[in-house]
Design a protein around this ligand. Structure first.
Ligand code: CAA
Length: 261
């Protein structure tokens, strides 16, 4: 059994094929201390290598997805300690997850909480969700992707405004600016997110992984390089049994049965 202190790890969905990570430090609004992020990294590694898991959902509670990195834990950090310990480097495990990863955000997603959500592939939000990068108000800047991922999803003017004011963005505005794909009543959020995960998990795990990698390459490469990579990965799909099955099922007017081969 897993002995996690700061998170809950389970499997959910009709076929128990959705990994669910629930951040569980409610008294601190799920502030992301080192221990919690280490556990998130371990849980993701476990789910990523579990062949029965097709997609992963990460969530918090009604009040908070996560209110940021743990301010009390880092308040006395020195520059030397940050560099020496490579502070926040362990968080990159989240963005290197290969399976589809969906954030279900109710309540606060501030600072590192917003950054954690942005490391996921898709963000669904509850009506009361509040996003923001308030680091500037406490004398620092975002350190887990806030200055880099936000601009890629909402554009420069909005990203600058969010990073330079520390103002919170509500769920409706977050959806309008493209940070979030859909908004639901708070009590429907997790169920709807698991449904989305199940839909995605019904595809071949191979093509899910390839498609995710290709979309992410778009954020890190020129259009020319990205198109070249996409084309070759598209060709590679034809080496899988799942491509043969998917197309045969279409022709035979039946549902495809993917085997992840
Ligand atoms: N770190 C540590 N503890 C936190 C925390 C954080 N980021 N956010 C909340 N808490 C704690 C509070 O200290 C409080 O603990 P106590 O009961 O022991 O006092 C408890 O959680 C409840 O919080 P509040 O009483 O403040 O709750 P509220 O409803 O009045 O306010 C809030 C909610 C507006 C989210 C407020 O808690 C807040 O502003 N939190 C900090 C937000 C923030 O600045 N986040 C960025 C952190 S820096 C970062 O994330 C760096 C990075 O890029 C990785």
């Amino acid at each position: 059994a897993d002995n996690f202190e700061f998170i809950k790890l389970s499997k959910t969905g009709e076929q128990q094929n959705i990994g669910l990570i629930q951040l569980n430090r409610p008294k601190a609004l799920n502030a992301l201390n080192n221990g919690l992020m280490e556990e998130v990294g371990k849980a993701l590694e476990k789910l990523d290598s579990d062949s029965s898991v097709g997609a992963i959902v990460i969530t918090g509670n009604e009040k908070a997805f996560a209110a940021g990195a743990d301010i009390k834990e880092m308040a006395n950090n020195t520059f030397a300690q940050c560099v020496g310990g490579n502070f926040l480097e362990s968080w990159t495990k989240v963005s290197s997850t290969r399976k589809p990863l969906i954030a279900a955000v109710n309540g606060y997603a501030l600072g590192g909480g917003c950054e954690l959500a942005m490391m996921c592939d898709i963000i669904y939000a509850g009506e009361s969700a509040k996003f923001g990068q308030p680091e500037i108000l406490i004398g620092i800047i975002p350190g887990a992707g806030g200055t880099q991922r936000l601009i890629r999803s909402v554009g420069k003017s909005k990203a600058m405004e969010i990073v330079l004011t520390g103002n919170q963005v509500n769920a409706q505005d977050a959806e309008k600016m493209g940070l979030v794909s859909k908004v639901f009543p708070a009590d429907k959020l997790l169920g709807e997110t698991v449904k989305l995960a199940e839909k995605i998990a019904s595809n071949s795990q191979i093509t899910n992984a390839i498609a995710k990698e290709c979309v992410n390459v778009a954020l890190e490469s020129t259009l020319k390089e990205g198109l070249r990579f996409e084309k070759r990965m598209f060709h590679a799909c034809f080496a899988t049994k799942d491509q043969k099955e998917g197309m045969a099922a279409f022709v035979e007017k039946r549902k495809a049965k993917f085997t992840n081969e």
